[in-house]
Write a protein that binds this ligand. Structure first.
Ligand code: F6R
Length: 260
């Protein structure tokens, strides 16, 4: 896994946006896998700013979000569909039909999950998957003990994730207990993964993801199997990594052709 440590979340978000923009410029019909939460807000701001300056065109891009709360429709302010419209889709030139977020109101959830996987496959697979990490080591909403080969399905949130996400709701009781999430296997199928993690509350999960054993106990550790995974972290989130000197050395000695 490539580990890039930046002085602040702002620099990491700008670098992640630069990577996404380079992909889109090289492939107009790029398929992006997107995440919600606090972590990618700066990334969406950067992409929206690049679009406003005329630097990227999203007209032919297609997107698939990682997850959605079961029971929340797209007009619920805490739904991820709402989040995506507010923070990204409404700020760039992407047609609604090209964006996909799992349907939290699906009546037949297993059938909806199969259809979501089929839609990703029919789009040609995900070129770049953006990810945040939970303090418990989840990616998407694949909580500890998730199968590392899992596909899109219903999951029950851990108590820790309910507590972490309660800040977006009036109380922890209002946080839905169930979600639809891409599986770890779905995420590993993306051609490139870009993981963002900021702040000291993510330091333990980041260390376990990068340097710990590969285990369903830390679903993010499955990314060690991915052939093209880049982690962008600020100093605080990197604080528990053991090989920081090596990661910095690799960045400083990157061949010129890899910097492009
Ligand atoms: C969100 C998602 C989650 C978050 C993770 C971190 O779509 O899939 O895995 O990335 O819970 O959330 P924040 O960024 O709020 O710390």
């Amino acid at each position: 896994m490539e580990v890039i440590i930046t002085p602040s979340a702002r620099e990491a978000s700008a670098e992640a946006a630069r990577i996404a923009a380079a992909l889109i410029r090289g492939k107009r019909r790029a398929v992006l896998g997107l995440a919600t939460g606090s972590t990618p807000l700066g990334f969406y701001d950067e992409l929206a700013a690049m679009h406003a300056r005329g630097e990227i065109d999203f007209a032919e891009v297609m997107t698939f979000n990682l997850d959605e709360y079961v029971g929340l429709g797209p007009d619920h302010p805490q739904s991820y569909a709402f989040f995506m419209r507010e923070h990204f889709f409404s700020r760039v030139n992407i047609a609604h039909w090209r964006t996909h977020v799992p349907n939290g109101l699906a009546v037949d959830i297993p059938a909806h999950c199969v259809a979501y996987e089929t839609a990703i496959a029919e789009a040609g697979g995900i070129d770049l998957q953006l990810l945040g990490v939970g303090t418990d080591g989840h990616i998407g909403f694949n909580e500890p003990s998730s199968s590392l080969g899992s596909r899109t399905r219903l999951k029950t949130l851990s108590e820790r994730t309910v507590t972490d996400n309660a800040r977006h709701f009036a109380s922890a009781e209002e946080v839905p207990r169930h979600v639809i999430t891409m599986g770890v296997g779905t995420i590993l199928d993306a051609r490139r993964c870009l993981v963002l993690a900021f702040g000291k509350q993510k330091a333990a999960a980041v260390a376990a993801m990068v340097e710990g054993p590969i285990t369903a106990d830390v679903p993010a550790s499955a990314l060690q199997f991915h052939a093209a995974c880049t982690l962008l972290v600020d100093e605080a989130a990197a604080a528990k990594l053991k090989r920081v000197d090596y990661y910095r050395w690799v960045c400083a000695n990157k061949p010129a052709w890899q910097r492009a």
